[in-house]
Design a protein around this ligand. Structure first.
Ligand SMILES: NC(=O)c1ccc[n+]([C@@H]2O[C@H](COP(=O)([O-])OP(=O)(O)OC[C@H]3O[C@@H](n4cnc5c(N)ncnc54)[C@H](OP(=O)(O)O)[C@@H]3O)[C@@H](O)[C@H]2O)c1
Length: 344
């Protein structure tokens, strides 16, 4: 299963609106005879790739798969049936499929007399598919808020300049993170201040990745300039206005409605890239699932804060985080953390 989880991760960022899935096939003697992962929506599922490699050697063998095999015909046929037809004796599954359309694979396999073991390395596999599983279970995308700040928490200098707070190594890391999501979201304030491109690029030669996340500008009144770089055609862009999405209680774009609209568009993982005001509104609305902060070993002493108006006015209301990872990237620190769920 550890190997199947590794394989699944190769699909991160390219399978939307589908999950990442990995599969390892063992023959009746326990030898690995096939491996596969789901690479893109509409393409073969992990089980089908592994079965094709294994051929007749799958008969009497074991399929180890990170997500319950699908039981329906979508753009491809049901994997449950393919496993039955291949004659596997046992299927080991990490996580049940929460998608009401595709679930039922385990029951179909059992009905065909196949031994099914569910929940093997479940927590690890959940972790590898956390955005898709979270989005499917609750109906709106998983949101990672990413920001860069100086050690004294400034997101820009006093004169407004903020490019570049962190090192090239940290910025390359951000591009790798962007490549794993389906949409990148910023507020119109960031577009007006920085005119970012928000594409996934090779920072050395500027070349664009083949697959680009949707670029979303949260822009109540449609102030995004006609010549803004986010409109350059290098990737799909949605200027999400209040007229289209709806108006929230603070007069800006209705953020829960925005999330629901993104889910309908097939977005499961969102990278919220600021700025401080939009990030504050997302946090105040409880819409952030993970925080990734890049802290540069620099001090500014003046300039805007990394976060504004997150609905906190006293220390008891602070949004507590559980740090899950600290990694040094070039001279900078990358800190990943999960907001602790608030009570009540
Ligand atoms: N260091 C970093 O990681 C980082 C990242 C990004 C930006 N920045 C810096 O941040 C600065 C810009 O900050 P900012 O706070 O003005 O930009 P922002 O957060 O990108 O944009 C805020 C704007 O978004 C619009 N908006 C629409 N719906 C909203 C809602 N529900 N809640 C909140 N905002 C909503 C509002 O404008 P309308 O009312 O017109 O819609 C609001 O003024 C720049 O200096 C930029 O360089 C730093």
């Amino acid at each position: 299963m550890r190997r199947a989880i590794e394989l699944a991760a190769r699909g991160l960022g390219t399978t939307s609106p589908n999950p990442v899935v990995g599969c390892v096939l063992l023959d009746a003697d326990g030898e690995v005879v096939g491996e596969g992962f789901h690479a893109y929506a509409g393409g073969p599922h992990a089980e089908i790739v592994a079965l094709a490699q294994a051929g007749h050697r799958a008969k009497g063998g074991t399929a180890v798969v990170t997500l319950e095999p699908c039981d329906h015909t979508g753009r491809t046929g049901p994997c449950s049936l393919a496993l039955v037809q291949a004659g596997v004796a046992r299927v080991v599954i990490a996580v049940p499929d929460p998608n009401p359309v595709a679930t039922g694979g385990a029951a179909t396999l059992r009905a065909a007399g196949i031994q099914v073991d569910l929940g093997v390395r479940g927590a690890e596999a959940e972790n590898g598919n956390v955005a898709w599983l979270t989005a499917m279970r609750r109906g709106w995308p998983y949101v990672i808020w990413k920001f860069a700040a100086t050690l004294d928490g400034r997101s820009a200098a006093a004169d407004g300049t903020s490019m570049w707070i962190t090192s090239e190594a940290a910025r390359m890391d951000v591009h790798a993170l962007r490549a794993t999501v389906d949409a990148v979201v910023v507020g119109v304030g960031t577009v007006l201040a920085d005119d970012p491109r928000l594409t996934v690029r090779n920072l050395r030669d500027g070349s664009l990745a083949i697959r680009q996340p949707l670029r979303v500008v949260v822009d109540s009144a449609g102030r995004t300039p006609a010549d803004a770089q986010v409109r350059d055609g290098a990737a799909a862009t949605w200027i999400a206005t209040a007229a289209e999405v709806g108006t929230g209680p603070d007069g800006g774009v209705d953020l829960p409605a925005l999330m629901a609209a993104l889910q309908v568009r097939g977005v499961r993982a969102v990278l919220l890239e600021g700025g401080p005001r939009l990030a504050g509104a997302f946090l105040a609305a409880g819409l952030v699932d993970r925080v990734v902060g890049y802290l540069a070993p620099r001090l500014l002493g003046a300039g805007p804060a990394a976060l504004v108006d997150a609905g906190v006015s006293t220390i008891a209301e602070a949004i507590d985080l559980e740090v899950t990872d600290v990694t040094q990237i070039g001279p900078d620190l990358r800190i990943a953390a999960l907001p602790r769920k608030r009570e009540g």
